[in-house]
Design a protein around this ligand. Structure first.
Ligand code: NAD
Ligand code: AHE
Ligand code: ZN
Length: 375
């Protein structure tokens, strides 16, 4: 079939909107009509050329929602008409990682996914001249239709609005999941969140849900302060306005007779490795846990004095908030529909596919939380 897509032809170039050819679903695969997709900073990271796994030409996008149109041979858990959210972290429930119960990082199709291919080693998308187009994060939601493996689709209730629940496909689940699944934040905790964008604000929302007492937001953009406070942030630090961000956070959190200071939990949602170091070092001696969410450019490395870890701080990372997609994503949709999590006010801009490049401009200008393309 022919469908319309925003294609990343080359690193660093704007996406080009064009008709592309899409082959139907093979065995174990599903054809999905994408109804809405968010623009996550990770799409921009790959578009820019900073992603060591970036391949071109490709169809980016991994934060979508849509409807099943057709299922391939052997598909048993989905049928045409089902509402689904694509999963860049699939859940096969059979691989050693899924069976371990210790991680959400299913390994069933990760190798081919990282090569921009379907599990059989081929692509379903082609340009009209026959040039293959790579898939992206196994999703490619910047297309009106896409083909996905059955194990990479979460079936969700059909009364939930696509233009809101698409955000559960990455940002919402990553932010809230980082707090609940990865950090395991407890009532009364203190926390610092670095980067108050589409992910960081969901970390703040997750911290409020978990019952954190003090939630310190950190961002270079002062406009983020009001947004952060709306979702539960209690204190704000702009690193450009203090001598040391770490010291500012330590000073805010000095409690008890020893006056040591430091947060119980910190989160990096910037992708900047110096920020990751600050996030670790502002966590409390003896027990602070610092969670890396941000994705750093090719070649970037983190560093700190080992003494930071010797003295009890723990450095962790999280992908998709540690969530098991087919199991947890339908629950996140229920939470949203029950009014237990906020999404609507985080969708700051709605765009057509033709306007998608404007969505990246808004992201760079710090004007959007999430821009969503509706088909
Ligand atoms: P975003 O562009 O919406 O937000 C980034 C925020 O960080 C902005 O508010 C910006 O002002 C702030 N910022 C940038 N540099 C800063 C600095 N040096 N100090 C303080 N604040 C700074 O991006 P997003 O969509 O929220 O994504 C955030 C990061 O999380 C990206 O690196 C993205 O690739 C990554 N991400 C990771 C996962 C995962 O599963 N691990 C999932 C989604 C996104
Ligand atoms: N390709 C990059 C890594 C990108 C990355 O870490 N992606 C996260 C999801 S970001 C969603 O917005 C992820 O799921 N990582 C686990 C995985 O298996 O990719 C690089 O540096 O190579
Ligand atoms: Zn994302």
């Amino acid at each position: 079939m022919r469908t319309r897509a925003a294609v990343a032809l080359e690193a660093g170039k704007p996406l080009e909107i064009m008709d592309v050819e899409l082959e139907g679903p093979k065995a174990g695969e599903v054809l999905v009509e994408i109804k809405a997709t968010g623009l996550c900073h990770t799409d921009e990271f790959t578009r820019s050329g900073a992603d060591p796994e970036g391949l071109f030409p490709c169809i980016l996008g991994h934060e979508g929602a849509g409807i099943v149109i057709e299922v391939g041979e052997g598909v048993t858990t989905l049928k045409p008409g089902d509402h689904v959210i694509p999963l860049y972290t699939p859940e096969c429930r059979e691989c050693p990682s899924c069976l371990s119960g210790k991680t959400n990082l299913c390994t069933a199709i990760r190798n081919t996914q990282g090569q921009g291919l379907m599990p059989d080693g081929t692509t379903r998308f082609k340009m009209l001249d026959g040039t293959p187009i790579y898939h992206y994060m196994g999703c490619s939601t910047f297309a009106n239709h896409t083909v996905m493996p059955e194990i990479a689709l979460a079936k969700v209730r059909d009364d939930a609005p696509f233009d809101k629940i698409c955000y559960i496909g990455c940002g919402v689940t990553t932010g809230i999941g980082a707090v609940i699944n990865t950090a395991g934040v407890e009532i009364g905790a203190t926390a610092a969140v670095f980067g108050l964008g589409g992910i960081g604000l969901n970390v703040i929302q997750g911290l409020r849900m978990a019952g954190a007492d003090m939630i310190i937001g950190v961002d270079l953009n002062d406009d983020k302060e009001a947004l952060g406070r709306k979702f539960g942030m209690t204190h704000f630090v702009n690193p450009s306005k203090v001598d040391s961000t770490v010291q500012a956070i330590v000073d805010l959190t000095k409690r008890g007779a020893d006056q040591i200071g430091g947060v119980d939990y910190s989160f990096d949602a910037t992708g900047n490795v110096q920020v990751m170091r600050d996030a670790l070092e502002c966590s409390h001696r003896g027990w602070g846990v610092s969670v890396i969410i941000g994705v750093a450019p090719a070649g970037a490395e983190i560093s700190t004095r080992p003494f930071q870890l010797v003295t009890g701080r723990v450095w962790k990372g999280t992908a998709f908030g540690g969530a098991k997609g087919r199991t947890d994503v339908p629950k996140f949709v229920d939470w949203y529909m029950d009014g237990r999590i906020e999404i609507d006010s985080m969708i700051t801009h709605k765009l057509t596919l033709d306007e998608i490049n404007h969505g990246f401009d808004l992201m760079h200008e710090g004007k959007s939380i999430r821009a969503v393309v509706e088909f």
